[in-house]
Design a protein around this ligand. Structure first.
Ligand code: HEC
Ligand code: HEC
Length: 413
């Protein structure tokens, strides 16, 4: 198990990556996040020797500082996974996304030539980073640049194992509610190329129909896709699942390492790490806080547990009640949280219910890190038009010590 040694590398990654996280982020709220270096970073309980081996190999690659010789770039955001997910958590690095939106509706009105992700760093012959355009916007349009904090990686293995029927059941239950809470599934395509993963036999690559579970708007369905997407977008590393460099202003189609950058075995190791990283161990919950979480309605969206597939290949995750505190559904969170981004069925105001996992290891909350306390995070749910507005009103109507008990429960998850 990698304990003190990789921490040194991680801190170097965080502090000395080209440009450093500060330079890469370019300011805005949430910069200077101080994630806890104490995140346990452990494999699933009862991991077999071969699971532990796969976990360790993936963990080492997750911490690795990639260089131009490894295929980094030509345009990228950070040179390692750990730069944005220290010990599998959130931060210190983050991303920014941009959109040209209508000033009247807030909806995107035109596609940006190099995509929504700001990629501020260049290497391997590139000279022009991908930055928000300055000027040249159509009439009635404005540029919206939003911070997007890394979603933590710990516990994501549980999200992937949840049965589709469970997510659909919760959506159907919410559709019958008398209040405004109406979660929706984000159906996305399985973009992986090559062989179809036997875990997902019903869908061929490119076919729309898998339930999106990952990303703050649930835009990705499987951890293979998440890892390949992060490699390609955040690091500029191509892999078998995403073999092409993303479009960039210099028109470069390759980098210093000709062809696909990451060998299949390394891609598989990284995916294994994400499929084996456990939920950090939780303290015994205070029953009063848990009951209040339920009674004001947090648990309608942050569903404490969902059943996993009985045929899931990781035995520790098959047929269990996964303690994820999410419904994996999209909810309209109102105009104030809107970020101008559209991802499949998710519009600018829609977000996946954030899984409440390992919150005591996070330094700021919500997709852009605008909340630095749990109370601020809850109150930000209550903006005009948010599905959670009624829940926030019930929270605010609680006595101060009940509010504290509820938040203490959430902070221990
Ligand atoms: C520059 C910062 C950055 C880097 C580098 C980065 N990530 Fe991420 N990661 C993010 C952000 C931001 C999200 C949320 C993505 C979204 O909503 O589209 C995310 C999401 C994820 C998720 C899904 C979490 C969830 O709950 O949906 C996983 C898993 C993940 N990253 C793994 C990786 C791996 C593996 C690497 C290295 C190959 C990596 N990340 C590199 C910023 C980063
Ligand atoms: C209508 C569904 C809904 C209800 C009800 C709801 N939430 Fe959320 N919650 C969300 C969504 C969606 C997000 C992600 C929003 C974002 O990232 O901007 C979120 C995010 C959070 C976060 C931030 C987590 C992180 O990783 O940064 C916390 C904490 C949280 N909710 C706690 C609560 C509590 C406590 C309650 C009850 C008072 C509650 N929520 C009620 C949908 C809901």
């Amino acid at each position: 198990m990698s304990r003190s040694f990789p921490l040194v590398i991680l801190l170097l990654t965080a502090c000395e990556g080209p440009g450093g996280p500060g330079a890469a982020d370019g300011g805005g709220p949430g910069v200077g996040l101080a994630p806890s270096p104490e995140t346990p970073d452990l494999p699933l309980a009862g991991a077999t020797v071969s699971q532990q081996r796969a976990f360790r190999a993936g963990d080492a690659l997750f911490d690795q500082l990639f260089e131009a010789e490894d295929g980094l770039g030509p345009v990228y955001v950070q040179p390692s996974c750990a730069a944005c997910h220290l010990r599998g958590g959130r931060g210190p690095g983050q991303t920014r996304r941009m959109a040209v939106i209508s000033t009247s509706t807030g909806d995107p009105v035109e596609l940006l030539p190099f995509g929504a992700l700001v990629r501020p760093l260049v290497t391997a012959g590139a000279v022009t980073p991908v930055l928000p355009p300055d000027g040249g916007l159509p009439q009635g349009a404005a540029l919206e640049v939003t911070n997007r904090l890394a979603a933590p990686v710990f516990g994501r293995a549980y999200l992937e194992a949840i049965a589709d029927s469970e997510i659909e059941r919760v959506a159907a239950e919410q559709a019958l509610r008398a209040d405004d809470i109406r979660g929706r599934v984000n159906r996305v395509s399985f973009v992986s190329q090559g062989t179809v993963d036997p875990r997902f036999p019903a869908h061929a690559p490119g076919e729309t129909g898998l339930i999106g579970r990952f990303g703050v708007k649930a835009r990705l369905a499987t951890l293979d896709d998440v890892v390949a997407d992060a490699l390609q977008g955040d690091l500029g590393l191509t892999s078998a699942l995403r073999p092409a460099e993303l479009p960039n202003p210099d028109g470069l189609t390759d980098d210093l390492l000709p062809g696909v950058d990451l060998p299949d075995a390394q891609l598989a190791a990284l995916v294994s790490y994400t499929r084996l990283l456990d939920v950090p161990r939780r303290p015994a919950p205070d029953p009063r806080g848990a009951a209040l979480f339920d009674s004001v309605g947090c648990a309608v969206c942050h569903v404490p547990s969902l059943r996993t597939r009985v045929d899931w290949p990781t035995p520790q995750l098959a047929g269990i009640d996964a303690p994820v505190f999410t419904d994996l559904l999209l909810h309209d969170m109102g105009a104030e949280l809107a970020d101008g981004q559209e991802e499949h069925a998710a519009g600018p105001r829609d977000f996946r219910t954030a899984p409440l996992i390992g919150l005591r290891y996070l330094a700021s909350y919500l997709h852009d890190g605008r909340a630095s306390t749990l109370r601020e995070a809850v109150l930000a749910h209550g903006g005009a038009g948010s599905e959670a507005a009624g829940t926030v009103q019930r929270f605010e109507a609680l006595a101060a010590e009940d509010q504290d008990a509820l938040l203490a429960f959430v902070g221990g998850l």
